[in-house]
Design a protein. Structure first.
Length: 184
């Protein structure tokens, strides 16, 4: 599997380039940093991993890549820009919101750390803190909830580790669900 840089074109016309590096593979089972148009793989790898799970509408590709990792696929990276990904305003990718969160939960439950139990923590963080704006910049939640969020994150980092707790990245889904521009 080869991953390269991808230029994202957002609904308001702004653009950003994503460049997943080798670290993206290390935490693939709980955080997807790959853009589908900038990934290429051999047919034999897909045959070994099995077909796409069409029960997933938004995260079927992430699930497949986790299976590639499970099957010890070789990954290569290039910083070269090899794809452009357009996000039209009305597309499922731009409006999925809660569906994104639920499918992310499912992929992490299947493949994630602690035999998938991290998915339950992420779903709780999503519902308790993300949907109330604690992850927004600047935070949009109340001061008491924000203080609670900071204490909870410190405790979780001590228990589960910084990489897993800070790897939570469902903010885009929360913003979509709340009707906010999700790419900012």
């Amino acid at each position: 599997m080869i991953a390269g840089a991808c230029e994202r074109v957002y609904p308001d016309g702004t653009r950003a380039v994503t460049r997943p590096g080798p670290a993206a593979l290390a935490h693939l089972t709980w955080r997807n940093e790959f853009d589908q148009p900038s990934l290429f793989w051999r047919r034999a790898l897909m045959e070994r991993a099995g077909p796409l799970d069409t029960g997933l509408r938004l995260a079927f590709d992430w699930d497949l890549w986790c299976r590639f990792k499970r099957d010890n696929a070789r990954f290569a990276y290039t910083p070269a820009l090899i794809a452009r990904y357009h996000f039209p305003a009305g597309s499922l990718t731009s409006t999925g919101g809660r569906a994104h969160a639920e499918e992310s939960f499912e992929v992490i439950r299947r493949h994630g750390p602690y035999r998938g139990r991290l998915a339950y923590l992420y779903r709780w963080l999503y519902r308790r803190y993300d949907l109330t704006g604690c992850y927004d910049s600047p935070p949009a939640c109340g001061r008491l909830r924000l203080a609670e969020h900071r204490v909870v994150r410190r405790v979780l980092r001590a228990v589960a580790g910084r990489a897993l707790v800070d790897g939570y990245n469902w903010g885009f889904a929360s913003k979509q669900e709340r009707g906010l521009p999700w790419w900012r």
